[in-house]
Write a protein that binds this ligand. Sequence first.
Ligand SMILES: C[S@@+](CC[C@H](N)C(=O)[O-])C[C@H]1O[C@@H](n2cnc3c(N)ncnc32)[C@H](O)[C@@H]1O
Length: 348
Amino acid sequence: MALAQKPSQLTAHPYTDADIGRTELMPTHRLDLRPDGPDVFYDAEPVSDWRELTWEKIGRPYRVERWSNEKKAWEKEHGQEMPVKTAWQHFNRNFQALFDASALEARKQTLGDMGVALKGLDLAEALDEAAEVARWSLWNKIHRIEDAVWDPRGKRALFQGLDVEKPNILFLGAADGYEAMQLMAMYPGGHAVLVDYDEYCVEGRFGAFPDSYPFLGYDPATGSHKVYYRDQMDIDYEVSDIRDLKYGKEFDIVVSIGLLEHFPDEYKPLALDMHRRFLKPGGYVIMTTPRVQATSKLFYTLFADIMNFAYRELMDVTHLGLYAHENGFEILRHGRIKAHNGVVARVR
Ligand SMILES: C[S@@+](CC[C@H](N)C(=O)[O-])C[C@H]1O[C@@H](n2cnc3c(N)ncnc32)[C@H](O)[C@@H]1O
């Protein structure tokens, strides 16, 4: 399904190549056109020979098992476990509400509500509001100040150095499609297919992504940095289960961001096969999963009600790499960015 893009003359392109080097805090997010910096993909715990790594040595990933109250209420009402696709439908609406909000405005409003509850001696309500204040403070820090969710500098470092021209890109579990857009800015002139089985994502997440957000990439004619916008990119959005896709081996890059950790071990071979099935010979697979670290554990505890509907693991880069290795991939690069692990791989 092709998403009708707005003609570029009708949309805002507020930043030009003259702004390269700039970073700015907007009410809902950070924009970052700094071409380099300290917070890039780095080879954490370099593994020189993946054949020597075993699950006995590294243990299994950490499972997040604190569920959303919304999920528990749904299961009580329906007398069954929430189906996985329904879980994602809840997740996507809740997560997008965070991206849409001005974190500082929302925190101010919640502080006001907490004051009202305290004045009325409604302690239960005041406690709920206090938790909400903590969530807005953490979201402001993680997404807006540190930019650890979109992490353009980390993603650019992860995507650097691919031997592709005008690539055909397949994004599995695309949600807002951010990483495909970052790839398309770095390797312009190609085409991307974003796949998600939650139809809401087409307009509610990808469609809601700010038109004015500048992606830092390259001008292939000069090799210099260049600023791109979403409406300058050739993107199709397909609403489908990734297991039902019917492509040939036609993609130069298959990417997933925060997908593999949602498949319990018995389904990981299938999930990894979906990354391999539509790749051109020699094509790249890029995968990231959330890191097992104190900030991530805190995030998924404080945001349990908003985020925790489906099975989720937190991994070290060695976990992600070993899953890829034992399922037939050659790992070209591996490392960590702000909140995620990343690997760039090829079929062995
Ligand atoms: C954790 S999200 C990815 C994180 C994403 N970067 C974001 O901003 O939310 C995973 C996405 O994959 C989609 N998804 C999960 N399983 C899928 C499947 N079998 N087929 C298609 N989409 C799937 C979900 O609907 C969700 O939008």
